[in-house]
Design a protein around this ligand. Sequence first.
Ligand SMILES: N[C@@H](CCC(=O)N[C@@H](CS)C(=O)NCC(=O)O)C(=O)O
Length: 222
Amino acid sequence: MTRPTLYIGNKNYSSWSLRPWLALRWAGIGFDEVLLPLGGPGYGKSQIPEVRAVSPSGRVPALHLEGGTIWDSLAIAEWVAEQAPELYPSDPLARALCRAAVAEMHSGFAALRRDLSMNIRRRVGPHPWAEDVRADIERAVELFGDLRDRFGDAGPWLFGVRSLADAFYTPVATRFRTYGVSLPPAAQAYADTLLADADFRAWEAAAEAEPFTIPATDSLYA
Ligand SMILES: N[C@@H](CCC(=O)N[C@@H](CS)C(=O)NCC(=O)O)C(=O)O
């Protein structure tokens, strides 16, 4: 198999890119990565020429495989889990719950994504969040709490052992840290587990060193 290439956005800002990147690393799949800076002309309209050249949707991440391109983060993560089935829990019900958690992140939390944009290296004090943002924060806390209650005996990850759900919620943990969202102890302990992961730490170090900025995101709540 030709080595896959993952096209990603800025490590500081691209939450969609972080999820499949972690999944590939956790699966131990060797891959090349190409970072395409976001924020310039065409950004927000899926019209960045360099992105359109490698991803038919005009969005990153995109994974180039021998024979085809996967242009969506969840589809990439599912492909990874087919190579590394241990990224889903082995129990069928737990596996379905894990898929539900992954799907909820992929298709939900719109207000959280809108107002608590991922910005790994930034730290901002707490803010009076809009009602829909507060509801998203409460839902994330509830989801963390319920699943940790249920699977906590098996280990510190959302489903005890590390799974795709952890890759999908790592950007949320960074958002809570960036925007000073205080969490109940169980949710904070889970967020700390995500932020201490060695592969996430490698991504974070690159994000901190990255020269690219997106001024609109950096000036939120300034
Ligand atoms: N549903 C897509 C969303 C990907 C997405 O929105 N990516 C952003 C970067 S984090 C992007 O490429 N934006 C380019 C643009 O807005 O022009 C996925 O899951 O991969």
